[in-house]
Design a binder for this molecule. Structure first.
Ligand SMILES: [Zn+2]
Length: 415
């Protein structure tokens, strides 16, 4: 039993340990367990996926469209958005979580660290429940390994990349994961004031990440993006593919969803569009293991579906909890976003429409035409027919025989 720090009570520790979900039996048998010789760091990640997909990927492995599959073992712990913590791999083994990485001259940080995945995105807020569980877990691990708050780092702090069009030398910025991690909210005090590998000239800084983790530079110009814009996965003049995806910008698993509904994988952007010509408001989706056509067919319909790779957050972003985002649950319940507790608590198969008002009940005296005007048979107009059957206006053949109780949802003007 670790000794107690001022922050947590004994009962908090006990409750946390008791509620820890043991997921170790789900680990891919192909993963080779090797005991780690030293533990110097704790590395915090955001998984860039919902909980179900996160648990699958860290235990079973990452699937690439080329057919290549990793053997799993990509984290020691996963923390869900409701705070529930899963043990993926016993902490004494090496987890394959940090990839090409360096801190204070030491490379391959997976060899000397514990990896914790927070279910969610670096462009979405981390929940209070996640911070509470993470704070407790870090406290327990720090005492066990005799390390301090200063040894807790994010993956985006320790990852580095090889030269690319943006950097002529090895550099930071390969990973963005957990750049939204607020150490203070996890109860941590001390921190690095600078990046030791940049200071020693081993790596070039990524200006945006440096601003997030170490504050404004003492000399030289400020980076383009403002921290407020870090919370978005939409391309803008100051939020580039690099800012959002880091070194994964040109990967097949990074999918670009263009404003017109077209999708392209990262490895096709240079040839088909060119990095400088990505339109503003292009959405960047990381860690996609389905083909871009699957995402495209989803993007081109007004009714979105929650699947293992597309969460309510990937569909709606911060609008997931607005009244104008309407959810149709598999149970038949219809709920506005304001009644949804969290975007990761929705079952797969839940459908949603984003930017809508309604419902408007169709009656004998109030026809679809009277409610929707000329838009009554448009693809943007949504009909909720009986038993949760959703159809867009353009798919309805006979408007004179709509079932009793049919309702209409109308799109709000954009903006
Ligand atoms: Zn990571």
């Amino acid at each position: 039993m670790p000794s107690l720090s001022e922050g947590y009570s004994l009962s908090q520790y006990q409750k946390f340990q008791k509620k820890l979900v043991d997921h170790r039996s789900r680990l891919n048998p192909k993963f080779e367990k090797k005991i780690r010789q030293k533990t110097r760091y704790i590395i915090v990640h955001t998984s860039e996926l919902g909980l179900d997909a996160t648990l699958r990927v860290v235990s079973k492995g990452k699937q690439f469209q080329s057919g290549y599959k990793t053997p799993g073992g990509h984290a020691h712990y996963v923390i869900a958005r409701n705070g529930r913590t899963y043990r993926i791999l016993d902490k004494k083994y090496r987890a394959d979580h940090a990839g090409r990485s360096m801190w204070n001259g030491q490379t391959d940080i997976s060899n000397v660290s514990v990896g914790i995945e927070l279910a969610g995105y670096h462009t979405a807020p981390i929940t209070v429940a996640q911070y509470n569980s993470l704070g407790l877990l870090i406290d327990i691990l720090e005492k066990f390994y005799k390390i301090t708050d200063r040894d807790v780092l994010t993956h985006s702090q320790v990852a580095y990349g090889k030269p690319n069009p943006w950097f002529r030398k090895n550099h930071r910025g390969r990973k963005r994961c957990a750049k939204n991690f607020n150490r203070t909210k996890a109860g941590m005090k001390s921190n690095w004031k600078y990046d030791p590998d940049v200071a020693a000239g081993r790596l070039m800084a990524d200006p945006e990440l440096a601003l997030v983790f170490y504050g404004p530079p003492e000399k030289g110009p400020l980076p383009l993006a403002k921290p407020a814009e870090y919370g978005s996965n939409l391309i803008s003049k100051t939020n580039s593919a690099w800012s959002i995806a880091g070194g994964d910008y040109n990967q097949q698993t990074t999918v670009y969803l263009l404003p017109g509904g077209q999708t392209l994988p990262g490895n096709k952007i240079a040839g088909k569009i060119g990095w400088r010509y990505l339109p503003v408001n292009t959405k960047v989706l990381l860690n996609q293991d389905v083909t871009p056509d699957v995402i495209q067919s989803q993007a081109q319909t007004q009714v979105k579906i929650i699947s293992s790779n597309m969460t309510a957050w990937s569909h709606a972003g911060p609008a997931y909890k607005k009244d104008t985002t309407i959810y149709f649950l598999p149970s038949g319940r219809v709920s506005p976003g304001s009644k949804i507790s969290d975007w990761d608590d929705l079952p797969m198969g839940t459908r949603l429409i984003v930017g809508y008002k309604g419902p408007f009940l169709i009656t004998r005296v109030k026809t679809a035409y009277q409610i929707a005007g000329k838009r009554y048979k448009a693809a943007e107009t949504i009909y909720n027919l009986s038993l949760g059957k959703l159809l867009t206006g353009d798919k309805i053949v006979d408007f004179s025989h709509l079932p009793r109780g049919a309702k209409i949802y109308l799109p709000l003007p954009p903006g």
